[in-house]
Structures are given as C-alpha cells and as structure tokens.
Design a protein around this ligand. Structure first.
Ligand SMILES: C[S@@+](CC[C@H](N)C(=O)[O-])C[C@H]1O[C@@H](n2cnc3c(N)ncnc32)[C@H](O)[C@@H]1O
Length: 296
C-alpha cells in the first residue's frame, strides 16, 4: 500500500507476524478483488513491454489475487507467489486451483527479500505491490529483487499514489474534511510502522531513482485509477465499511473526539446516514507502478 497511502488496509506491526497478516486475509482479498479493474490495466500496461515472460514472481503476494491475474494475463508464464505468511499463500494456491491455473502456479514462503534467493530460476518479471514498504531497507530490498531478474527482466513495484476517497468533503454532520484528517493520522502511523521495522533505513522514496540505483534502466512510472462513482455496488459498499472499520481500529485513538464520533456514526448500521446506507458513497483510488529493466 505505494508510498501507498492505503495504510488503513495495511499491516501495522512490521513483518513476519503470520497471524496478523492472516487476520487481514479477508480484507486483502476483498480489496484486491474490488481493485481488479485497476490491476488489469496495470498488467496490460506491463504486457505491452514484457514479451512472453517464462517466470513471473509476485513478491509479497498476500492472498494471491494479483498473482492469479498475472496467470490470466500471461497464459504462457509460470507464476510463483512469495510471502512471509503461509496462510495467505495457502489462499493464493487455492485460488489458482479454483481458477484452473494450479499447474503453473507455485508458492514460496519466507522473509523478503532474503527468500528470493531460494527461487530456482531468475524471474522475467518480478512484481511487488505494497510489499516493499514493509521491508526495513527498501533500497536493499529493491537491489535484492533486481539481482533475481533474468537479463532483460522487468521489476515492477506498486508503491505510492493517492489516499483513497469514499465520501464527499461535507457529509452533513461532523467537521467537513474527515478523510483528509484520517490521512494525516494514518501517515503518522505509517511513519512509526516503518521506523519500527527491523533494520529500518530512512530513504528518499523516489522509486524511479531507487530502481536506477539498483542497477536497472528504462525506468517508467504510471498511475492507475479505480473510479467507482456513486451509487456503488453492494460489494464496493462492503469494502468501504471494512476499510473504515479498520481505520477505526487502527487510528481511532489518534482522532479527536468529534471525528471519532463522526466515524462511529458513519459505521453504525442503524443510522441512515452511515456508509451502510448513504447514497453518496464512492471509491476513488490511485496506485502508481514503477517499472525498470535489468540490462541484458
Ligand atoms: C499490504 S499486503 C500486499 C498484498 C498484495 N501484494 C496486494 O497488493 O494486494 C503486504 C504483503 O507483504 C507481506 N510481507 C510483509 N512483510 C514481509 C516480509 N518481511 N517478508 C515476506 N512477506 C512480507 C505480507 O504478508 C502481506 O501479504
């Protein structure tokens, strides 16, 4: 989640705590499913530049929704989903089986970036979405990813973009601008999360420059939108409820009393003005992909 401002949906306690990530599985999965149109556009963009990859690695795959989209977009490729959480990888494997691509789908469990050393073959395409920012030394992580590329292989990192929006600025109660203030406390929280990661190193999060420093070239970045205007589907509404519930859990105590009361009202299913019922709920999100190539 780029200096992905999707922190709400993100992990807050650093890496490697399987049960924490596994607890987030339904959220990660429903989010990735809802965001599928965005990922499809990102993958189609990559498909124009990466011809017939043999091996695609999804580093920090989570439950594998995007890994399976790779299998669909690149029918000739073998996909390996890599993650620190075995329960999430199990979900990824199950999903691949359900989608009929299990025969060319594998998983690899372990700590990033070290675990990449266990791959049998170098990757033609290595994708890492919203996972690098969970690693203490992001520059070293990118260098480790780059080292696992075949000559001419592509590293694509989804990091950064914009904080998502679900509601108008003025929702008719509370102080207008609630989501902007939630972003601010989530940004603080994200900073603390990064500072507490093992081996945490502060770095300028200039992703193209970091890819260049990792020895890659032909760097380019592109941002993909998810634009689901009101009135939203039940699925999109359920996602907004889950996302704001997680915000309440994670940064609730950092909001002032008025904003907390507003958030509670927004989450109260018995309240007609809550996100469970209000007609003006929407989903607008922007994620950036930075891609670069290992010289031949
Ligand atoms: C925010 S999720 C992103 C999931 C998926 N790539 C997506 O974009 O929907 C981050 C993933 O990175 C994994 N992860 C975080 N730190 C890790 C580490 N140090 N080693 C291995 N996996 C890690 C988590 O288990 C989680 O599945």
């Amino acid at each position: 989640m780029a200096h992905d401002h999707d922190h709400t949906h993100d992990h807050q306690h650093g890496h490697g705590h399987d049960h924490d990530w596994a607890e987030l599985a339904p959220l990660l999965e429903s989010q990735a499913e809802l965001f599928t149109p965005l990922y499809e556009r990102a993958l189609n963009w990559l498909a124009k530049e990466v011809t017939e990859p043999g091996l695609i690695v999804d580093a920090g795959s989570g439950p594998g929704v995007i890994s399976c989209l790779f299998a669909e977009t690149f029918p000739g490729a073998r996909i390996v989903a890599v993650d620190g959480s075995e329960p999430l990888l199990e979900r990824a494997g199950d999903r691949a089986g359900r989608q009929g691509v299990g025969d060319r789908f594998g998983t690899l469990a372990g700590e990033l970036p070290e675990v990449l050393g266990e791959l049998d073959y170098p990757a033609d395409l290595l994708w890492a979405s919203r996972s690098v920012h969970h690693l203490g030394d992001q520059a070293a992580a990118l260098a480790a990813c780059a080292a696992r590329l075949a000559p001419g292989g592509t590293l694509a990192v989804m990091e950064g973009g914009l904080p998502p929006r679900f509601l108008p600025r003025d929702i008719g109660f509370g102080r207008p601008g609630l989501q902007a203030r939630i972003d601010a406390v989530e940004e603080e929280r994200f900073g603390r999360m990064r500072a507490e990661l093992p081996g945490s190193v502060a770095v300028v999060e200039d992703w193209p420059a970091l890819l260049t420093s990792a020895g890659l070239h032909h760097t380019r970045s592109r941002t993909f939108l998810l634009d689901l205007p009101a009135p939203v589907t039940d699925r999109a509404r359920a996602y907004v409820v889950t996302a704001l519930t997680r915000t309440r859990e994670v940064v609730g105590e950092d909001l002032d009393a008025d904003d907390l009361a507003t958030l509670d009202r927004l989450l109260d299913p018995g309240d007609r003005a809550s996100v469970h019922h209000r007609p003006d709920v929407f989903v607008l999100a922007a994620h950036t992909v930075h891609a670069a190539v290992r010289p031949v």
